[in-house]
Design a protein. Structure first.
Length: 84
């Protein structure tokens, strides 16, 4: 993920989806993108470390199960919007 993040620049947008727990690889890649000026939007619980790295946040419930359902719904909506 860090290699992919290193190819991004300030004219890119990184959408980070996370439900719970600390994923060091994802945090490292997000930090790499942030240092390169990439705009980061996080779909995460408000108290998650990745939410603090983001320029914007779409808050998810703190419950991992509810957060997964919310992510599934949001990905479905994005998919329908982009394909339609």
């Amino acid at each position: 993920m860090r290699m992919t993040a290193s190819t991004l620049s300030d004219d890119h947008l990184l959408l980070v989806l996370v439900t719970a727990g600390a994923d060091n690889i994802l945090q490292s890649a997000t930090l790499q993108a942030r240092t390169q000026g990439v705009t980061i939007i996080a779909l995460a619980p408000e108290n998650h470390a990745l939410a603090n790295m983001a320029a914007g946040i779409i808050p998810l419930p703190d419950s991992p199960q509810l957060a997964r359902y919310a992510l599934l719904l949001l990905v479905d909506l994005l998919n329908d919007t982009l394909i339609a």
